[in-house]
Design a protein around this ligand. Structure first.
Ligand code: NAD
Ligand code: UDP
Length: 386
């Protein structure tokens, strides 16, 4: 149970608040709920259409009434405004946020990330409630450097690749590359929230996650998700490793990403929640600039770590190349490189990520192996018997 004398970064006592968390049943929401319940006195009104990832929290009697689940689809449910009204703060995590959907379900993607978020912003603004809204690093799109020839010396200059909240442009591809439907919808909702702050005084914080990964991310196809579904890269590669098949590298796996451990990133969100004077009116990159790899390097490292935690040997051919058209379909495009600038979050909240890529993969793949290895074996046996 949390201590009653907790103070924030300015030495002020932290008073218990009620948080309306929309999308609480997802990957990030489940970790944020866990953190709030175990380390703070705050109360959560957890809103989602699913609750499998927070069942362990909902069933634990020791939290008392500090977590309440409301099965609500925010697209069409009049109860949402009432919950926002009784809360002190709303955290909006709800979204379609798997790249396989951006080009194949662009309408659902745009509605989910823009239209469905509109009432949330409106209710917060009209009722003078604080909002923490989850956007994305994908808002930056492609780097300026991606337009230079491969061996150009300016590619070494951070001005050509480092992503800064208050400086970098948002560079998306053409409309027919529907991959950018998500980034574009997220950009417009960011602009709307910013404008509500400027014109109507909405107290807001916008979070731009840079590839947060860890346990409970997405699903393993055919085990706890659709058999044909395509989750994000951590779950795709975990699924390949669990099935003993090569990891698929889209267009050679040359794109670069920085990965941050979910537990580090959640520390940053808690600082935002408990330090409103330092977080309001800001947009924060939240990522780990030291954990950069190409997708190919990620695949190789995951194969090595998985072999260590499972005791199985690495495949002779651990990866295979696949075209983006074959893997994602028409209209896919990619972010080339994503390194977050950390100046603003460092200055405002003093936050820094701690966990190396190897360590975060070791704990995550230990979880994946423990949670899924048996179920995957059974699913394979059933498929070969039928
Ligand atoms: P997630 O898919 O695990 O969680 C989203 C949750 O929102 C799901 O549980 C889903 O059921 C719920 N939801 C969606 N539409 C809803 C609706 N209409 N009504 C009620 N609930 C609804 O995704 P996540 O990784 O936890 O991401 C959370 C947020 O962070 C999203 O806004 C996403 O765009 C953003 N984000 C995450 C990452 C990352 O690295 N995980 C990166 C960039 C952006
Ligand atoms: N990717 C891949 N193989 C897979 C899944 C994803 O090579 O099985 C690549 C994808 O093309 C992208 C990167 O991995 O370059 C990260 O993809 P993810 O779905 O995690 O989301 P993104 O970081 O693009 O938002």
């Amino acid at each position: 149970m949390a201590s009653m004398a907790r103070v924030n970064l300015d030495g002020n006592q932290i008073k218990p608040i009620t948080i309306c968390m929309i999308g609480a049943g997802g990957f990030i929401g489940s970790h944020l709920c866990e953190k709030l319940l175990s380390e703070t006195p705050h109360k959560i009104l957890a809103v989602d259409v699913y609750n499998d990832k927070i069942k362990h929290l909902l069933e634990n009697q020791s939290w008392g009434d500090r977590i309440q689940f409301h099965r609500i689809n925010i697209k069409h449910d009049s109860r949402l405004e009432g919950l926002i009204k009784i809360a002190d703060l709303t955290v909006n995590l709800a979204a379609i946020c798997t790249p396989a959907d951006y080009n194949t379900r662009p309408l659902d993607t745009i509605y989910s990330n823009f239209i469905d978020a509109l009432p949330v912003v409106k209710y917060c603004s009209e009722n003078a409630k604080r909002l923490i809204h989850f956007s994305t690093c994908e808002i930056y799109g492609k780097t300026i450097g991606s337009f230079l020839p491969k061996d150009h010396p300016l590619l070494q200059d951070p001005d050509f690749f480092l992503l800064k909240e208050d400086v970098s442009p948002c560079i998306f591809g053409p409309i027919e590359k529907q991959r950018w439907s998500y980034a574009c919808a997220k950009q417009l909702i960011e602009r709307l929230i910013y404008a509500e702050g400027a014109e109507n005084g909405l107290e807001f914080t916008i979070v731009r996650p840079f590839n947060w990964i860890g346990p409970r991310m997405d699903f393993i196809p055919g085990v706890d998700g659709p058999s044909e579904g395509v989750p994000r890269v951590l779950a795709c590669f975990s699924n390949n490793l669990l099935r003993g098949e090569p990891l698929k590298l889209v267009d050679g796996g040359h794109s670069q990403r920085t990965f941050v451990y979910i537990k580090d990133a959640i520390e940053a969100v808690l600082l935002m929640i408990e330090n409103p004077a330092r977080a309001n009116g800001h947009i924060f990159n939240v990522g780990n600039p030291h954990n950069e790899v190409t997708v190919k390097q990620l695949a190789e490292m995951m194969a090595e770590v998985y072999s260590k935690v499972s005791g199985e040997s690495v495949l002779e051919v651990p990866t295979i190349d696949v075209s983006s058209k074959e893997f994602y379909g028409e209209g896919y495009d990619d972010s080339d490189k994503r390194i977050p600038d950390m100046t603003i979050i460092n200055r405002q909240l003093g936050w820094n990520p701690k966990t190396s890529l190897w360590d975060l993969l070791e704990s995550t793949l230990t979880y994946q192996h423990r949670t899924y290895a048996e179920a995957v074996k059974k699913a394979i046996a059933q498929t070969s018997a039928s």
